[in-house]
Design a protein around this ligand. Structure first.
Ligand code: NAD
Ligand code: UFG
Length: 329
């Protein structure tokens, strides 16, 4: 199939391009490079020995999408493009609502206009709010604590309504848990601008000596050791989940958790990183981070049942691969 990957030069998008190419699909990337570098797609070409067509466009721009869709016979869209910094979404909400919602609307419109029948959307476990764990797809969504999370919940509703009104249009809403790690070549990975918000890139930058020590946000949560628990998933497993969703997509809207089903605490991740890479990670415990919840992880059984997809890589691979990328980056 010809697959349009929006945000395809970003962290998850670039790994998904590799999985798509390896599965025999053709890939067209649309990215405005607001949070990625064009060189990433050269690495994708080097790793796969396959071509990727690239358009530097903003996917909120309907005219630019018209040009793209009229040049290519697109069979499916995977929509990664969007802003994702939770803290920034609180201080700049309109920037987040505009980019994340308008891109979804404009793309879904273009799909109707050009007869594209498959749409895969990057959602997030954040839409579950503070439901009881494990999070299951059948749960009612609860309000999130920030505009970023709201853009994911709203985009889910918009796509669900569009699929209802357009028989033949199929939508997969993929709720990611905590993507970490990198391609095992070490050539692509997560390269956040400025100070990392997320745990794993913070840990790898401490390992490299770019940052002095990790700040552990709270050790008084009701968890195994008091630190926050998350369901970390290797980005390559996550990428493969997109190919499985696309290959198995049928009419209507379908929601899938993409996680491992296992919870890991901050200190467990730090210990695993130290052991896997033989590097010490200095840390100090500081106050809880505003908006954090104690613990969440996936019930990942639906994706296994319906997509025949299951995360395979363990915490050791996540830590090794994340460090290999950071070391060479
Ligand atoms: P990323 O920032 O690395 O990738 C997003 C890409 O989209 C970037 O290359 C950026 O340049 C591009 N982009 C942004 N707005 C655009 C626009 N209007 N037009 C064209 N390109 C645009 O982020 P990522 O970690 O790869 O995340 C991909 C998607 O997955 C996002 O929608 C994000 O919200 C979602 N998600 C990410 C995580 C995570 O922890 N990384 C968790 C849950 C969901
Ligand atoms: N943490 C620290 N120190 C840090 C960074 C994080 O102790 O420097 C802790 C957090 O308190 C939390 C855990 O590490 O307990 C994971 O935090 P992340 O920031 O890596 O991830 P979150 O679960 O907070 O959020 C991420 C994305 C969200 C997304 C969510 C679910 O940032 O956008 O995963 O996919 F919604």
């Amino acid at each position: 199939m010809n697959i349009l990957v929006t945000g395809g030069s970003g962290y998850i998008g670039s790994h998904t391009c590799i999985s798509l190419l390896e599965a025999g699909h053709s890939v067209i990337v649309a990215d405005n490079l607001s949070n990625s570098k064009i060189g990433v797609l050269d690495e994708v070409r080097n790793i796969t020995n396959k071509e990727v067509v690239f358009y530097k466009i903003d996917v909120t721009n309907a005219e630019a999408l018209d040009t793209l869709f009229s040049k290519h016979d697109i069979d499916g869209v995977i929509h990664f493009a969007g802003f994702k910094a939770v803290g920034e979404s609180v201080s700049a909400p309109s920037k987040y609502y505009f980019n994340n919602i308008v891109s979804t609307l404009v793309l879904a419109e273009a799909c109707q206009k050009y007869g594209v029948r498959k749409f895969v959307f990057s959602s997030s476990a954040t839409v579950y709010g503070d439901n009881a764990v494990p999070f299951v797809e059948t749960m009612n969504l609860l309000p999130t604590t920030n505009p970023y999370g709201e853009t994911k919940a709203m985009s889910e509703r918009i796509l669900t309504d569009i699929a209802k009104a357009n028989p033949g249009f199929s939508v997969a809403l993929l709720r990611y848990f905590n993507p970490v790690g990198a391609h095992e070549s070490g050539m692509i990975g997560e390269a956040p601008n400025g100070l990392p918000n997320n745990l794993m890139p913070y840990v790898t930058q401490v390992a490299k000596g770019k940052l002095n020590k990790l700040r552990v946000f709270g050790n008084d949560y009701p968890t195994v050791d008091g630190t926050g628990v998350r369901d970390y998933i290797h980005v390559v497993d996550l990428a493969e989940g997109h190919v499985a969703a696309l290959d198995n997509l049928h009419e209507g809207t379908h929601v899938f958790n993409l996680g491992t089903g296992r919870g890991t605490s901050v200190l467990e991740l730090v210990r695993a990183f130290e052991k896997a890479n033989n590097i010490e990670i200095p840390y100090e415990v500081v106050d809880r981070r505003l908006g954090d919840i104690a613990s969440f992880y996936a019930d990942a059984s639906k994706a296994e049942r319906e997509l025949a997809w299951k995360a395979k890589k363990d915490l050791v691979s996540m830590c090794r691969d994340a460090w290999r990328f950071e070391k060479h980056h």
